[in-house]
Every structure is written in structure tokens, then in C-alpha cells.
Design a protein around this ligand. Structure first.
Ligand code: ZN
Length: 95
């Protein structure tokens, strides 16, 4: 993964939830225009977040909300292989 991609993955959830500041939004949108991989990733995230928000409106059980957050976290780790390796190592250490 390119460094430019890593830089936008961090604030991506804020951006998609509309919580990111103008400067961050501009930087992410600029990057997405030139990066097909991140575009695809953002599309996936958008679907998840749209579903998540729809369910949140009807007051979903916290267990389901937790599960959705895990799915989002997984999406993020797929986009960032280094953090995936790290979490695997951490699980192994617990056992
Ligand atoms: Zn990218």
C-alpha cells in the first residue's frame, strides 16, 4: 500500500460519517480521484455505513452494532495489511 493511501485510511470513517473537517475531506477526495483501489474501498465502506446508519435509526441491539463495527474494522485492516499482521500476532500472544 502506498503511503498516500495509508494517510487517508485513518480519517476515512470520519470522512464517510461526515465528521471530518473540510481540509481532510478535500485531501481524501483529491486522493480518491487518482486512486482506483481506495475508491473501491470507499464504496464498500459507504455501503456498510449506510446500512449501519439505517439500522441505528431503528435502534438496533448493541450486539449488532458491535458486530457492524467489527466488520468496519475488518474492512479497514484489509486495506492495511500491516495492521492485519499486527492483530494476528496479538491474538496469538493471548493464547
Ligand atoms: Zn489510494
Amino acid at each position: 500500500m502506498r503511503r498516500a493511501c495509508k494517510a487517508i485510511i485513518g480519517p476515512l470513517t470520519d470522512y464517510l460519517e461526515g465528521d471530518a473537517c473540510k481540509e481532510v475531506c478535500r485531501r481524501i477526495e483529491e486522493h480518491l480521484r487518482g486512486c482506483e483501489r481506495c475508491q473501491m474501498h470507499v464504496d464498500n465502506m459507504k455501503v456498510i455505513i449506510t446500512l449501519y446508519k439505517r439500522w441505528r435509526d431503528v435502534k438496533i441491539p448493541s450486539a449488532l452494532s458491535m458486530r457492524l463495527r467489527k466488520i468496519i474494522a475488518k474492512e479497514m485492516s484489509v486495506a492495511s495489511p500491516s495492521s492485519k499482521r499486527l492483530s494476528k500476532r496479538q491474538t496469538r500472544r493471548k493464547k
